[in-house]
Design a protein around this ligand. Structure first.
Ligand code: AHR
Length: 491
């Protein structure tokens, strides 16, 4: 047992937590879309226009605020006109990035907007700057958002959608330093300016244009982008960072069989995102004094070796309590950087990388990561407030701070989320709450051995449970078991 003291000051507001920090990502990759979200109208699995009902319900429950689509690297080769109109006539293509499987384009623009409408989330389109054209992207915006007579609006109507959709988030390129064209930042910045010029605000729709930002610690990329772009043409720049336990992309480590050392190295590598966000934000601060360009953590999460016997191009991996701790640490970090970070999308929503849900035929399980998003959802739209933990260290070779924490206030309620990252010790936490008189608290916990997971035989091994906390003289007191995530709402 380790004694930990902490402090939360509800009067010291650090930023507003945009709900989109709790965002997600869905790519045409493995079984994320096909045999995942989209089963087709003729499936015996309950669906609405081909979209799985149980997945929509799961996404609604965690208040999924935004969903990015169609990639990833897939977006860099996606031609949206292949995915509209009569499905039997849609072009078939090779998914060159992900297993060279046939993409039949049966899930396209209309299906994606339908999914977002069913879920109640903002659509985020990732446009193709790598292998597409300026007019192709401009026409996609016209197709989706123009409410009048025009070639693209007429085409949309012919395809059954009379009224335009609302489209806020538009990514102009994806990983253009890599799979999106292997560009230099100077070259990309010029291309970005050309592409974005022709993406118009039609019929009252206002685009929030997102430029391709850095890969992990490529600070030069951020510097060049910030030097060349400005708030008039850019609302956000993206950051991609994946947690790879071994740090070796050729042998990343298993999702379910890992040593204590590998556990702590995973947590240590995931916490590095705090430094990445801090340093990229510092560069942004030098160009954007008014904080008008957001940092968008477009892709984050754990990337392990694929499950044995599965297609290496499908990136299917299990999800344990280790992933729950990773998710909690990242979300706490995003909350604390909410002044600059306005969207973050976990990679990916279904059956790919650090998923929210896994499916097998008609079965679906909610992963430990899903439950963390459920526990954290009351942070959405809150004001992030100051929190400080007088921390101990956990781990032997890879030492990490034992407790991760963030706090926010909304409608007079204080939400506190904490993770005990130790897999050995309980944390006896005494947290002073300043600036607010607290009378009552309700709490939930997600806990287990770090290897615990939900599978199709035991879908509810890991799930949230009520948790007992006490309040004494303005302090929140609780004893948090090892490898746990706790959410407390105080009034
Ligand atoms: O999420 C998987 C891939 O990771 C995405 O397609 C790409 O953007 C990133 O490299």
């Amino acid at each position: 047992m380790k004694k930990i003291s902490a402090l939360i000051n509800t009067k010291d507001v650090k930023g507003h937590i945009s709900p989109e920090i709790y965002g997600h990502f869905s790519e045409h990759l493995g079984r994320c879309i096909y045999n995942g979200i989209y089963v087709g109208e003729d499936s015996s699995i309950p669906n609405v226009r081909g979209i799985r009902t149980d997945i929509v319900e799961a996404f609604r429950k965690i208040k999924m605020p935004v969903l990015r689509w169609p990639g990833g690297c897939f977006a860099d080769e996606y031609h949206w006109k292949d995915g509209i109109g009569d499905k039997s006539k849609r072009k078939k293509m090779i998914n060159t990035n992900w297993g060279h499987v046939t993409e039949d384009n049966s899930f396209g623009t209309h299906e994606f907007f339908d999914l977002c409408e069913q879920v109640g989330c903002e659509p985020y389109l990732a446009g193709n700057l790598g292998s597409g054209t300026v007019s192709e992207l401009a026409e996609w915006v016209e197709y989706c958002t123009f409410d009048g007579v025009s070639p693209m609006a007429d085409l949309r109507k012919e395809n059954g959608r009379e009224k335009p959709w609302k489209l806020k988030y538009l990514g102009i390129g994806n990983e253009n330093w890599g799979c999106g064209g292997n560009m230099r930042p100077e070259y990309y910045a010029d291309e970005y300016k050309r592409y974005q010029t022709f993406c118009r605000n039609f019929s009252g729709n206002e685009l929030f244009k997102i430029a391709c930002g850095p890969n992990a610690n490529d600070y030069n990329w951020t510097e060049v982008i910030m030097k060349n772009l400005n708030k008039w043409n850019t609302r956000g720049i993206s950051l991609h960072y994946y947690t790879v336990p071994t740090g070796d992309w050729s042998k990343k480590g298993s999702a379910r069989d890992f040593s204590s050392d590998e556990y702590y190295s995973t947590i240590s590598k995931t916490l590095y995102i705090d430094e990445l966000i801090t340093r990229h934000s510092e560069i942004m601060n030098r160009y954007d004094y008014e904080n008008e360009i957001a940092l968008i953590v477009d892709e984050w999460g754990c990337w392990y070796d694929v499950e044995e016997g599965t297609n290496p191009g499908f990136l299917y991996q299990q999800n344990t309590m280790r992933d729950a701790i990773v998710a909690a640490c990242n979300l706490n970090i995003f909350n604390s950087h909410s002044k600059r970070v306005k969207i973050a999308n976990l990679a990916q929503a279904v059956n790919v990388l650090q998923s929210l849900v896994l499916t097998e035929g008609e079965k679906m399980v909610l992963t430990p990561t899903y439950h963390v998003f459920d526990l954290f959802k009351s942070h959405q739209d809150g004001d992030a407030v100051y929190s400080f933990v007088e921390n101990c260290e956990a781990g032997e070779n890879n030492k990490v701070p034992m407790v991760s924490c963030s706090a926010s206030v909304k409608d007079g309620k204080l939400t506190v989320t904490m993770a005990n990252c130790s897999i050995d010790d309980e944390a006896e936490i005494s947290c002073e709450i300043a600036g607010m008189n607290v009378n009552s608290a309700s709490a939930e916990i997600l806990t287990g051995d770090c290897h615990d997971l939900n599978d199709f035989d035991t879908p509810e091994k890991v799930k949230p449970a009520p948790f007992s906390v006490s309040i004494n003289n303005g302090s929140l007191n609780m004893t948090v078991p090892p490898c746990s995530v706790v959410s407390v709402v105080l009034e």
